[in-house]
Write a protein of this length. Structure first.
Length: 170
């Protein structure tokens, strides 16, 4: 007599283990892709912030020097971490660029100083060098190193860049 054992549809233990192994591999690949993407995004953001801020600051300082009438400090042949110039607008005299801790500030005349760098950017080095020759209007060489402020100490957000510029009083 034949045995009428009903075969019930379902998965065997081997099939379940095989599916779980494949699923864990797929999840591992997706998780590593997401991690790499997030690290790349953080790195790109840090680079973008530093470069954008550095370019804007160099442009602003250069424009102020070009529109200035005299360089108060640093004197010819010397360097300083601050710059003082006179402008064509008497109420803005002197216009100063001052490094305060890791923040670059600008002060025009008697008005309060304001920060040129956002909280996410640190100025780690700033040098203004007066490279003018005696009897000329004045030439300032600017060297500034900016770093991304990395409060979470994430390795991918560590970024620093040095910016250079030179401007003459017209």
């Amino acid at each position: 007599m034949k045995s009428n054992i009903l075969k019930k549809p379902g998965f065997t233990l081997v099939e379940v283990l095989l599916y779980l192994a494949l699923l864990s591999i797929v999840i591992g690949v997706v998780a590593s892709f997401v991690t790499v993407t997030l690290n790349f995004k953080a790195r790109t953001y840090a680079i973008s912030e530093v470069e954008q801020c550095g370019n804007q600051i160099i442009l602003m300082i250069s424009r102020s020097i070009r529109n200035g009438t005299a360089i108060n400090s640093p004197s010819i042949g010397t360097s300083s971490s601050s710059l003082s110039i006179n402008t064509t607008t008497p109420v803005n005299n002197p216009t100063q660029f001052i490094l305060s801790g890791t923040t670059l500030n600008m002060q025009e005349g008697a008005t309060p100083a304001f920060a040129l760098t956002p909280a996410t950017i640190r100025v780690t080095s700033l040098t203004f060098t007066n490279v003018a020759r005696p009897g000329t209007n004045g030439t300032i060489r600017i060297q500034m190193t900016l770093s991304f402020s990395n409060p979470n100490n994430r390795q991918e957000s560590n970024y620093s860049q040095t910016f250079y510029g030179t401007a003459d009083i017209r």
